[in-house]
Design a protein around this ligand. Structure first.
Ligand code: RAM
Length: 518
């Protein structure tokens, strides 16, 4: 499934008042300096980093620095020359990697549908040594490999030091103290907060390696996790204003927003992402009780559900089969998304009702509630197969459909567990590809009262990333195929990705016992 939308002459509709509020909420970034690690590798051999001053580097030499943790920031190298006079520029290449495995891939071999320019690589000429080479671009990495492309027969390059100035808007002082029953849960919790902290920048980015911008589905999950940890309320509010402030000309919200040079909606619409906006707004208001935001964002939020009702609902109160093409749900080429989207729509309508309730608009509150109920009844009638004892979408059985129709309250009492198992075990059924989908699967297990299964799945799925050496959680993970990528090559996958940060939320809100919260 390639997600490339290009609408010729697309001109987003902007609301200067909302965008001005978003601008005023820009966070102040916090900076932390990390020196080069004490040990590194030169041409594969472990050495003390301080010994590099006495180890001149020649053409082809490679230094590998492992900063010991994931960083989002800017690198500075301290370089000098040894030997005779520097008679030619030094020429070096830097490769940045979140996972060590990325360094073995050759960027030239990537032929997928995303831009190769996301691969974190830099080539530098150094005309005069000694020099402090401060790289202007921000990178997301733990490992940096420096390759000497050339010096000259007269002189060698000396790496005297390296440091990274890391940046994030997350405030660790806000994270409450927690006690964990075992080290696996503690490690999962910590890695999920590191993931969120690295994504908490000028906006809540989807991934600091790629795409470095605001995606609606990711934002909602980041916000939920932030409520139990950093409580970056202004950044969350800023993101909600950005989505409302720049939209499709017909009022629909874009799936993602560019923030530079000016905020601008992308010409990509994903129905489920837009429908989750009222949900995200309701969740923000439940946390903040911020009346000004309700006043500003209520109508843009309601418009998202209204648009779908007006364009895609048939007389039987189910979404047209074609509507499935406009949604995301998960990376999958074969997934029939219509029934899952009906579930998202129901949740969206419920959120719209709650928002109207907050605004004391009882009339519209009742209308949205009735509509949600009608869609729920219709979904059960239309998608439930009594023969299969699960939901089918376009005749297809998938875990995705079961999950969203459980989250939206359509799944008949006591049937979820068997339906989930059947969908997960059916050979050839669409598999869950992303932590985004695994998050919703866990939430559906919890909603169905299957708490032990939810915890076991959280441990197995996010634990698999930790076992594979993750510091931060990934954009895609198939524990049976760690090389899997929806983009035609793992080298462009992001290994610190917003929608993977939710274990801390799930642990804190659903799995942790009271006595673990001192
Ligand atoms: C990707 C990003 C983002 C996601 C969309 C659908 O390009 O990784 O996180 O929300 O796809």
């Amino acid at each position: 499934m390639e997600l490339i939308s290009i609408i010729p002459n697309f001109a987003p509709r902007s609301d200067p008042k909302l965008l001005a509020k978003a601008e005023a909420l820009k966070p102040v970034l916090r900076y932390t300096d990390y020196p080069a690690p004490a040990a590194c590798q030169v041409n594969g051999e472990a050495v003390k980093t301080e010994s590099l001053s006495a180890r001149p580097l020649r053409r082809g030499d490679q230094v590998l620095l492992d900063f010991g943790r994931h960083l989002v920031g800017r690198l500075t190298l301290n370089l000098s020359a040894a030997g005779s006079h520097q008679d030619a520029p030094a020429f070096i290449q830097l490769d940045f990697a979140e996972l060590a495995g990325e360094l073995t891939d050759n960027p030239e071999d990537y032929h997928g549908w995303l831009s190769r320019s996301w691969i974190q690589q830099e080539k530098l000429h150094l005309d005069r040594l000694p020099a402090e080479a401060a790289l202007p671009r921000r990178y997301a990495f733990r490992y940096v490999r420096i390759t000497v492309l050339d010096t000259s027969p007269k002189y060698q390059l000396v790496l005297k030091g390296a440091r990274c100035r890391a940046e994030s808007a997350a405030d660790w002082a806000n994270v409450p103290e927690r006690r964990f029953p075992d080290s696996q849960l503690r490690q999962i919790y910590n890695a999920s907060l590191r993931t969120l902290a690295e994504c908490t920048q000028d906006v809540l980015e989807d991934g600091p390696k790629r795409d470095q911008r605001l995606w609606l589905g990711d934002l909602r999950l980041e916000a939920l996790t932030s409520y139990v940890s950093f409580r970056s309320m202004d950044v969350i509010k800023r993101c909600l204003y950005l989505f409302a402030g720049t939209r499709f000309p017909d009022g629909r919200m874009s799936a993602n927003v560019f923030t530079s040079p000016e905020p601008a909606a992308d010409d990509t619409y994903l129905m489920d992402y837009a429908l989750l906006y009222p949900v995200a707004l309701e969740e923000y208001l439940a946390e903040s009780g911020d009346a000004e935001t309700l006043g500003d964002l209520l109508e843009p939020a309601l418009e998202q559900a209204d648009w779908v009702l007006g364009h895609w609902l048939n007389s039987g109160n189910t979404l047209e089969a074609e509507a499935g093409r406009t949604g995301f749900i998960d990376w999958s080429d074969t997934l029939d998304r219509t029934a899952a989207l009906q579930g998202v729509l129901i949740l969206s309508l419920e959120a719209c009702a709650a928002l109207c309730g907050r605004a004391k608009d009882e009339g519209r509150q009742a209308l949205y509630q009735t509509q949600a109920e009608r869609l729920r009844e219709a979904a059960l009638r239309h998608f439930w197969s009594e023969e299969e004892k699960c939901f089918l979408s376009g005749g297809q059985l998938s875990i995705h459909t079961q999950v969203w129709l459980t989250l939206s309250g359509v799944m008949p009492e006591g049937r979820a567990g068997a339906a989930f198992e059947k969908a997960l075990e059916l050979p050839g059924a669409p598999r869950m590809a992303t932590p985004y989908m695994h998050h919703h699967y866990i939430m559906a297990l919890l909603k169905a009262g299957l708490k032990e299964k939810a915890e076991a799945h959280l441990r197995a799925y996010w634990g698999a990333m930790l076992n594979a050496g993750a510091d931060t959680f990934w954009e895609c993970c198939d524990p049976d195929d760690l090389q899997a990528s929806p983009y035609g090559g793992m080298v462009v996958n992001s290994f610190c990705h917003a929608w993977s940060c939710t274990p801390a939320y799930i642990i804190d809100r659903y799995l942790m016992k009271e006595e673990s919260r001192p």
